[in-house]
Design a protein around this ligand. Structure first.
Ligand SMILES: [Zn+2]
Length: 254
């Protein structure tokens, strides 16, 4: 935090907002983890949640990407690797290229599983690489030139395709519950929030399934990973609430 004033402002925003919930979502809007925070939010809360997952997502998009990477790697060395979760080695040349906007880093396994999966790779992508990136709204949160290699838009598979604002959209929906949530006892508050998020996830998936059926007008089924698969084998798999967790995750404070 740059100054005490800025810190207080953010702190106030977090608490005034909804009592300090940290969430990790898939960009499609499904909430995978929620944590009720008793103290001011920090990367620690997101590391707690991410480290509890069976399969860490290959790409994490976070407002303070660098802090999350450093903290997580201190707790569990080489979690975010290669290059501490940066897309390329932070050489002067790579940094200059990233800054000039001429750099692209393709992560082809985000669209098609690796032919020969890495040991301990994510079951859906086959990749064991783990990146922590900034979306375009938070690129300026870091002053370290090496972190220009953490820009989401360097990855063509993600640039313009990922709704990095999913958490903000969830938050604006949840805000309308504040009038009764803020009156509730802490235990009731936690219980209600857990329930509301569950129903939100179920409805979100039902709507998605309905939209996919309507759009493709064909039979669909679920694969082993609870992903929706169209009957046409050449079609791409659509993200649904996957038992394995998302490939791209958005940790956010609500
Ligand atoms: Zn999803």
């Amino acid at each position: 935090m740059r100054s005490r004033v800025a810190y207080d402002k953010v702190f106030e925003k977090i608490w005034a907002a909804s009592g300090g919930w940290a969430v990790i979502m898939c960009p499609c809007g499904i909430v995978y983890s929620i944590k009720c925070n008793l103290r001011a939010e920090s990367p620690r809360d997101f590391a707690d949640m991410l480290l509890s997952w069976k399969h860490l997502p290959n790409v994490v998009i976070y407002d303070f990407a660098r802090g999350l990477s450093t903290h997580t790697n201190l707790r569990q060395p080489i979690t975010f690797t290669p290059f501490e979760g940066r897309l390329l080695e932070p050489t002067t040349e790579n940094i200059a290229k990233a800054k000039s906007g001429k750099l692209q880093v393709t992560l082809p396994w985000l669209t098609a599983k690796k032919q020969s999966p890495d040991p301990d790779g994510h079951p859906i992508t086959g990749s064991a690489e783990h990146y922590v990136l900034y979306d375009r709204f938070h690129e300026d949160n870091t002053k370290d030139p090496r972190d220009s290699l953490r820009k989401l838009r360097l990855v063509p598979q993600l640039a313009g395709k990922v709704n990095s604002q999913a958490a903000e959209q969830l938050f604006s929906k949840l805000k309308k519950n504040n009038y009764f949530m803020n009156m509730a006892l802490p235990s009731t508050h936690v219980f209600l929030m857990r329930n509301i998020i569950h129903h939100y996830n179920v409805r979100k998936n039902e709507k998605r399934l309905h939209d996919i059926k309507k759009e493709f007008n064909t039979n669909i089924h679920m694969n082993d990973h609870s992903q929706v698969v169209l009957e046409n084998p050449s079609s791409t798999e659509k993200c649904m609430d996957m038992s394995l967790g998302p490939l791209t995750a958005l940790p956010k404070i609500l």
